[in-house]
Design a protein around this ligand. Structure first.
Ligand code: SIN
Ligand code: FE2
Length: 197
């Protein structure tokens, strides 16, 4: 589900300020592909109890930043509010992956499947330059289509779309004035563990 212009400009600025504070505490780090160790073109950090990391040892969630070794910063209120508003899921989120795309960064087609609970959705928020987002079905070989995600747009991957393949073909530089340095932040808010029985 796409909610265009979910965050107005003021909310985008507030969320950006929260992200900057998170990055001061938990700096963006360069993730690497499992096995090959080749770098992603995006940089990442996280907030919440768990953070998603990738290095030669594989993809995983962990409780600490891979460079500082410190726990991830707490969720800002806006992230919890977006989850309550959009997730339609009765348990709180546990992780928020923050991706920063410079003007030439992209992300290959993948599924979000390192979580142990696919009943919970993934809620995505975008800030800064527009991207060309690629979206498909539950199999890698199936047809895909593209649409744009602009600053303030929210997207929810839930139910039949929870395991949809997706990626970012490219960033369109100069499409937003939110980030003085240009580029794009994407936040994906996630539940990682099954809820308590
Ligand atoms: C992701 O799949 O982790 C990021 C998606 C996006 O940048 O919109
Ligand atoms: Fe993803």
């Amino acid at each position: 589900m796409l909610r265009s212009s979910y965050l107005d400009r003021v909310a985008q600025e507030q969320l950006l300020a929260a992200i900057r504070a998170i990055i001061r505490e938990a700096p963006l780090f360069p993730p690497r592909m499992p096995r090959t160790g080749s770098p992603f073109s995006v940089q990442m950090t996280n907030c919440g109890r768990l953070g998603w990391v990738s290095d030669v040892a594989g993809y995983r969630y962990q409780e600490t930043h891979p460079i500082t070794g410190r726990p991830w910063p707490a969720f800002p209120e806006l992230i919890l509010a977006a989850w309550s508003d959009l997730a339609r899921y009765p348990h709180p989120p546990e992780a928020c992956l923050i991706n920063y795309y410079g003007p030439s960064a992209k992300m290959g087609l993948h599924q979000d499947r390192d979580e142990h609970d696919f009943a919970a959705p993934v809620v995505s928020l975008s800030l800064g330059d527009t991207c060309i987002f690629r979206y498909g079905g539950a199999t890698r070989r199936g047809p895909t289509h593209t649409f744009r995600l602009a600053s303030g747009d929210a997207m929810v991957l839930a139910q039949d779309n929870r395991l949809a393949f997706h990626g970012v073909d490219r960033i369109i530089p100069g499409t937003s004035t939110l980030l003085p340095e240009g580029g794009r932040f994407n936040l994906t808010i996630r539940r990682v563990t099954p809820p308590p029985a």
